[in-house]
Ligand binder design. Structure first.
Ligand code: AR6
Length: 180
């Protein structure tokens, strides 16, 4: 069985706002302080309410490539997995490895907690500037590799906030060759 067939039913692309999803956990593209910011991080904190920031303050930050778990408070999602992507510096600063580690660390938490369904945003592709197509390929490969080995989470949603991100994931899913 191919890797794609093994994980196919368990990976979905959706377009929209991750803060609206009723899943076991949504993943936040945070910064190392874990104390909020712009982009999806700001949206998650606004929707979850001040209790989320209060819990984040107890965590003492998080290095790039790692992940931390909190409750979801006023979100429809019961939990938030906070991960910190790499700031894009041109590709020579282990950005790809750090991004892959964000996905692996988040999936390890979902496995440990037996979360049925989790949703990722396109980590590091906004403020942090990671190229979208390459980020989508890394995300998909990390998720497929985890799902091929593990039972949990049962399903992973890639939440695409804009058309450009959706198209990057569609290309990655189709295994389409990328333009140079
Ligand atoms: N739902 C889903 N995706 C979203 C949403 C949303 N509500 N809002 C934005 N996105 P970014 P980063 C997409 O910048 O690059 C923050 O200030 C967005 O279109 O949120 O990892 C943190 O505190 C993009 O595709 O995260 C850090 O300082 C993707 O989410 C820094 O930004 C990620 O964009 C992290 O930068």
């Amino acid at each position: 069985m191919s890797e794609r067939a093994a994980s196919g039913e368990r990976v979905r692309l959706i377009k929209g706002d991750i803060t609206k999803l009723a899943v076991a956990a949504i993943v936040n593209a945070a910064n190392s302080s874990l104390l909020g910011g712009g982009g999806v991080d700001g949206a998650i904190h606004r929707a979850a309410g001040p209790e989320l920031l209060a819990e984040c303050r107890t965590l003492g930050g998080c290095p790039p490539g790692e992940a931390r778990l909190t409750r979801g408070y006023r979100l429809r999602a019961a939990h938030v997995i906070h991960t910190v992507g790499p700031v894009w510096e041109g590709g020579g600063a282990r950005e790809s490895q750090i991004l892959e580690s964000c996905y692996r660390s988040s999936l390890e938490i979902a496995k440990r907690e037996r979360f049925r369904e989790i949703a990722f945003p396109a980590i590091a592709t906004g403020v942090y500037g990671f190229p979208k197509e390459e980020a989508a390929r890394i995300a998909l490969a990390a998720v497929r590799s985890h799902l091929a080995r593990e039972e949990w989470p049962r399903r992973v949603l890639f939440t695409c906030f804009d058309e450009e991100t959706l198209s990057a994931y569609r290309q990655a899913l189709a295994g389409a060759p990328q333009p140079p």
